[in-house]
Design a protein around this ligand. Structure first.
Ligand SMILES: *Cc1c(COP(=O)(O)O)cnc(C)c1O
Length: 508
């Protein structure tokens, strides 16, 4: 964690130059630089810690000794060179002493002055460190990821301002190419959000009033809303037995002469049974439209989702596996004509400025969001691997609890674990959720109501879709994010074990 970093220097006949570039050298963007001098041989500085602030410390003249104490190490450094700096992450108690009389120490800090970020009392620092071990486990610790990438985000803001292109442009085309590559498709078309992506696909396929689209009722409401948005009829279907995606057994029975498309959702990042769906679709000449909003990078029998039907809709909502810093979405497809039509629709029906071929809409991916997404997509493979490791950790730790049903991944598929859903039997879901909350552990429910039971879908209220209805009462989503530590996940699993142990003791 603690690191001495060499500062590039250049010496020419006129003298020398040391160069500190924020991002490449320190890995963070500094917002404040200050320097200490005139402290004297017996003087001390420091004697505090920071909760979030990162620093880079350089002794420009003379020498100083810096002692740093964190949760797992205590080390001293003598700084006496202009071409070397010390990188100090948050969470270290620091003491600066043994100043030479001519010492000048420059400090580059990641944030402006903020008194609430300081811990000025040593015993308070020790207590804070201890509390960190028991700190709440957030459902999604999004700030961790975004703070790490903040410097790159700043650079993107600067780039957009200096080019004055805010909508479309080269960064959007670049991200579209990167995303198409991830999905193994010929095209990716950026748009405003995941709902728009699905609506654009339906519109481009001329699906509208009088047409039916089959949608799983166990999904986020957007899957159904897209169908309603084009005036088509949403036919809601149950999920599989002991799994959560569209029930392919029931599918054939739902197909009518008016059916135009099936919209499987790769819910929780687990691929739907695409071969069975494709076979039925082929037989009845239906389109398969993937709702892949939760499944960036998942694969079905070795093939990435996004290219398994006529087109797929993705969301870059901030909490998705690949999320922007705001709304965003994309359509992927291998169909050239469809891609062209979607581009046209999403940009006011216009290719040539102020000439409108069709009555389109405005649904575009911002240039800035595309740049943010290009930074993040580079990390997606490692984040996905981390999600898979944590899912394995859960499976190993919770596999022996008979009252919990853990998620399964269909054969030859790779899930990307947007959500780690467990089913809590014996009507204990809400009690367990409250218990975990009391331990500071964030959980979620995906989804408390199937779509046909939503107030907005009152016209479907007479439907009985028993698995979705039962599972909605049992499902509990546990914290799973690439930025969770193993220690945090083990806190979750041991809290769950404690919950069942207490329940057993009470029963005995
Ligand atoms: C998030 C999500 C959407 C909608 O995406 P937005 O970007 O929020 O519009 C659609 N379908 C599913 C399954 C989702 O999870």
């Amino acid at each position: 964690m603690l690191q001495l970093i060499e500062i590039p220097t250049r010496t020419v006949e006129h003298g020398s130059l040391g160069i500190i570039e924020a991002l490449p050298l320190t890995g963070f963007h500094f917002e404040r630089v200050y320097y200490l001098y005139g402290v004297g041989a017996n003087g001390q500085r420091g004697q505090h810690a920071h909760k979030k602030l990162r620093q880079f410390m350089v002794c420009l003249n003379g020498s100083v000794e810096v002692t740093l104490e964190g949760s797992s190490e205590k080390r001293s450094f003598t700084l006496n060179r202009r071409d070397q700096g010390l990188l100090i992450p948050p969470g270290y108690w620091r003491e600066l002493g043994h100043f030479s009389s001519d010492a000048v120490v420059a400090v580059f800090a990641s944030d402006p002055y903020d008194e609430t970020d300081y811990i000025r009392d040593y015993s308070a620092f020790k207590a804070w460190l201890k509390a960190q071990e028991q700190a709440p486990v957030p459902y999604i610790p999004m700030e961790r990821c975004h703070r790490e990438l903040l410097s790159e985000f700043y650079c993107s803001v600067k780039q957009v301002v200096s080019k004055s292109t805010y909508i479309s442009g080269a960064p959007v085309a670049q991200f579209e190419a990167e995303f198409a590559q991830l999905c193994g498709t010929k095209h990716a078309i950026g748009c405003g959000n995941g709902l728009d992506a699905l609506v654009l696909i339906l519109r481009a396929l001329n699906i509208g009033p009088g047409d039916e689209v089959i949608v799983p009722t166990n999904s986020f409401v957007a899957s159904a809303l897209a169908v309603d948005a084009v005036g088509a009829t949403c036919v809601l279907i149950d999920n599989e037995e002991s799994a959560y995606n569209i029930d392919t057994q029931a599918l054939a029975g739902m197909i009518t002469p008016r059916t135009k498309a099936i919209m499987p959702v790769h819910l929780y990042g687990i691929p739907a049974a695409m071969d069975e769906i494709a076979a039925l679709a082929k037989q009845h000449k239906l389109f398969v439209i993937e709702d892949a909003a939760q499944a960036h990078g998942a694969t079905y029998k070795g093939r990435p989702v996004g290219g398994l039907g006529i087109a797929a809709g993705f969301s870059f909502y901030p909490t998705k596996n690949l999320g922007a810093l705001g709304d965003g979405g994309a359509v992927t497809t291998n169909d050239d004509a469809l891609a062209q039509r979607i581009r046209l629709l999403a940009n006011y029906g216009s290719v040539v400025k102020y000439r409108h071929e069709v009555k389109g809409c405005n649904s575009r991916l911002d240039t800035l969001q595309a740049l943010f997404l290009s930074h993040k997509i580079k990390h997606l493979p490692e984040w996905t691997t981390r999600r898979q490791q944590l899912a394995k950790l859960y499976a190993g730790q919770l596999g022996n609890i008979s009252d919990l049903v853990l998620p399964r991944v269909p054969e030859a598929c790779s899930a990307v674990w947007h959500v780690y859903p467990v089913r809590v039997k014996n009507s204990q879901r809400d009690t367990l959720k409250t218990y975990l909350e009391q331990q500071g552990i964030g959980t979620n429910i995906h989804y408390p109501l199937p779509i046909h039971q939503q107030p907005a879908y009152a016209e479907h209220a007479q439907l009985t879709l028993p698995r979705a209805e039962q599972y909605a009462k049992e499902l509990l989503s546990l914290p799973l994010d690439p930025y969770h530590t193993d220690v945090e996940i083990l806190r979750v699993t041991s809290a769950i074990h404690n919950f069942y142990q207490q329940a057993q003791e009470q029963a005995a």
